[in-house]
Design a protein around this ligand. Sequence first.
Ligand SMILES: NC(=O)c1ccc[n+]([C@@H]2O[C@H](COP(=O)([O-])OP(=O)(O)OC[C@H]3O[C@@H](n4cnc5c(N)ncnc54)[C@H](O)[C@@H]3O)[C@@H](O)[C@H]2O)c1
Length: 340
Amino acid sequence: MRVLVTGHQGYLGTVMVPELQAAGHEVTGLDSGFFADCVLGEAPAPPPGIAVDLRDVKVEQLAGFDAVVHLAALSNDPLGALAPQITYDINHHASVRLARLAREAGVRRFLYASTCSVYGAAGDGLVTEDAPLRPLTPYAESKVRVEDDVAALADSGFSPVFLRNATAFGFSPRLRADIVLNNLVGYAVLTGEVKVLSDGTPWRPLVHAQDIARAFATCLEAPAEAIHCRAYNVGTEDNNLTVAQIAQAVVEAVPDSTLLITGESGADPRSYRVDFSSARKELGFEAAWSIPEGAAELYREYVARGLTSDAFFRRFTRLAHLTALKESGVLDDELRRIGA
Ligand SMILES: NC(=O)c1ccc[n+]([C@@H]2O[C@H](COP(=O)([O-])OP(=O)(O)OC[C@H]3O[C@@H](n4cnc5c(N)ncnc54)[C@H](O)[C@@H]3O)[C@@H](O)[C@H]2O)c1
C-alpha cells in the first residue's frame, strides 16, 4: 500500500515508519518537524517526507495514497493545558480537516492515533471500547472530538479506525522523556532515584512503541469490514499497572536505584484499567512487550547512547522543547514556523 504517515518525525512515527516499510508498504511522511533534531544517538534514515503544518495540508498532497496513518498532534496533557486552543486547532480541527481532504482525495483507510486516556477516571474495573468516554484534559477531549467527527465521514469508500493506544514506552531514536516509564528510567539513570510525584495509586495501562506500530500495521492489512469505523484499545492487560508498580519495575531494572514516592503533585484523577480483548479476538493483535523488558531496554539504550540531563529535561520533554523553540524565535505563539 502507499501510506502517508503524519507525525513521522515524532516518537512513535520514528518507530512506525520502519515497521510499515518492513511489512512492504511504500511510506511517505508528513510533519512540521518540531522534534526532527531531538534524536538520541544516530539519526534514523528518513523516508520521503512533506514538510508542512497539518493545518495547511492541501488535498493534492493526499492524492495517490491508499491509507493515511494520522499521528501528528500536540501529544500530551501538559501541552494541552498550556495552550488548549492550539491543541484543539491542531489535534481536533486540523485532524478532521485532514480526514475530510483524505476522503476527497480517494484515500480508503484512515488510521487515527487515539488514546486510552479518553476513558479518564474509570475506577478499578476493566473498560472496553463501549465504556463511557470521560476525557479529563483538553488533550483527551480533542481525541474524543476527532473520533466523533471522523466517524461521521465514514462511507463505503472511506474507512476510519480509531486506535486507542495505552501510554507508550520504550526506546525510539526520537525519544520522549515525558511519558511515565521512559521518564522514570531516565531520571533513575541520571540521579539514582526512581521518583514518583503522585501518590502512585493511579492505574496506567502501558504499551511498547513497537507494539503500537504493529497494531497499525495490522489495521492496514485487516479486511475493511473488521476496521470500518471501529475503535480498538491497543495494549495488553498484563501491562495495566499502578504508577507505584511501574516504579518498582524501574527499581529492578536500574542498578542501585532507590524508590521515592513524594505525593507532591497530589491525587491524579486520570486512572483507568483497560480491556484489550477486541483487538486480540477480532484482529489477532497481541502486544508483546512487558514492562520489565521495556525498563531493561531503556536502561540499556540510555547508558549506551549517553543520555544527558540537558537532553532529558529539555530536548526530549515535549513542553520544554516547544517552549524553547518559541523563545528562540523559531515558532510563533500559534506554533507556526516564523518566516515559513
Ligand atoms: N506516546 C504515547 O504515549 C501516546 C499514547 C496514545 C496516543 N498517542 C498519540 O500518538 C500520536 C503520536 O504520539 P508521539 O508520542 O509520537 O508524539 P510526538 O510529540 O513525539 O510526535 C508528534 C509529531 O507530530 C508532529 N506535529 C505536531 N503538530 C503538528 C502540526 N501542526 N503539523 C505537522 N506536524 C505536527 C510533531 O512535529 C511530531 O513529529 C499522537 O497523536 C499522540 O496523541 C501517543
